[in-house]
Design a protein around this ligand. Structure first.
Ligand code: ADP
Ligand code: MG
Length: 348
């Protein structure tokens, strides 16, 4: 770590002053933490009968985010949810977080604290505690990396490689909203539009900036042994279904008419002369869950939906590998499921 240059960039309070203020802002209180921020490593209690889940993500300014159209707090929320969602996809309970960052001179410490407020707000409903991180200066871009630690009952985690032929394929929530929201934010930023977004636009923007990690759904799927396989939708449905098929060595049939679309996405896509189904298939960062479950557990899956108040929709079925990955179009014609994401909207 380059201490001296970090001090230059945070010359008012210094690196250690910043870490102290972040620790004050987000004090750790879990009985599972023996030692949190302040030593060379955090010390955590291990729980019997549980396995640890650990996942990490990197976000780079100009590659994964742009502060022209979102606040540091928005960025923090999305970064937090991206990590929480990985734990949700395994059916686990999120516990602890580490935050590493490289910050250029131009970024004031209050923006860093705002960023942490966003991460903290996303983590708050699940009592996730901050246990460490690393801080450095950066020549130009902000670099952010979050590492989350969670737990799950031993040998019960939901993985990508366990889908079985005949399983139904389910998704939570609605698909494609976040992609539309991002498009609206980018367009507004480029055209310097200062007018207030419409109600439809506000909904879609919020779905991009404030996604919800489906922790409770994942946990119930594990507790009730309902699902064979799961993944969270970060790349886009098409490509994420592909990951499950690759890992499980199976094929899949997705019914286009079954895809859950919000009325807001349909309204926006209509105005933009874009096909909302394509957006739902290929738009990323929804952070909804996709899972597979045997057909005879359908009622129990619906019960999870009622209990969590999260819509859960059956969108297709797992097929043999030789079937490939097919999309049944509204006309009944079958098409190969596309496996790349791309830009969908026309307006600029
Ligand atoms: P080291 O020199 O051993 O890497 P640091 O001085 O980087 O230690 O960190 C001191 C303590 O502060 C450690 O407990 C570390 O986990 C924590 N820490 C450092 N940066 C951050 C950060 N950005 N967010 C949270 N905790 C941090
Ligand atoms: Mg360090």
């Amino acid at each position: 770590m380059n201490r001296s240059s970090t001090r230059d960039s945070l010359n008012t309070i210094g690196e250690f002053g910043l870490i102290r203020s972040l620790k004050r802002q987000w004090p750790a209180s879990s009985p599972g933490i023996v030692t949190g921020i302040g030593d060379d490593a955090a010390i955590l209690k291990a729980r019997q009968g549980q396995q640890l889940l650990i996942s990490t993500d990197v976000l780079i300014e100009g590659v994964h985010f742009d502060l022209d159209y979102q606040t540091p707090k928005d960025l923090g929320w999305r970064a937090g949810v991206a990590n929480l969602s990985d734990i949700a996809a395994m059916g686990g309970t999120p516990l602890y977080l580490l935050v590493s960052m490289a910050i250029p001179v131009r970024v004031p410490p209050r923006h860093v604290r705002e960023l942490y407020r966003g991460i903290q707000a996303a983590c708050h409903p699940f009592n996730v505690e901050l246990i460490g991180g690393d801080t450095s200066s950066s020549p130009s871009q902000i670099f952010l990396s979050l590492t989350i630690v969670g737990s799950v009952r031993a040998n019960r985690a939901l993985t990508r490689n366990n889908a079985e032929i005949g399983d139904r394929i389910y998704v939570t929530g609605t698909l494609g909203d976040a992609n539309a929201g991002l498009h609206i934010l980018e367009t507004r930023s480029i055209s310097h539009r200062r007018s207030r977004p419409s109600a439809v636009e506000t909904f879609l923007i919020r779905r991009h900036l404030r996604p919800t990690p489906r922790i409770h759904v994942g946990q119930l799927l594990v507790d009730r042994k309902l699902a064979h396989a799961a993944i969270d939708l970060s790349d886009g449905l098409s490509s994420d279904v592909g990951h499950v098929c690759d890992e499980s060595r199976v094929g899949a049939e997705i019914r286009a008419t079954a895809l859950p679309l919000s009325s807001q996405l349909c309204a926006f896509a209509k105005r933009d002369k874009t096909d909302p189904m394509t957006v739902a298939l290929q738009g990323g960062e929804d952070y909804e869950l996709l899972f597979t479950a045997p057909a005879n557990r359908h009622q129990k899956v619906l019960h999870v939906s009622e209990q969590t108040k999260v819509p859960i929709t059956c969108i297709g079925e797992i097929k043999p590998k030789t079937f490939g990955r097919q999309l049944v179009l509204p006309s009944g014609r079958k098409h190969k499921l596309p496996n790349e994401s791309f830009r969908h909207f026309n307006s600029r």
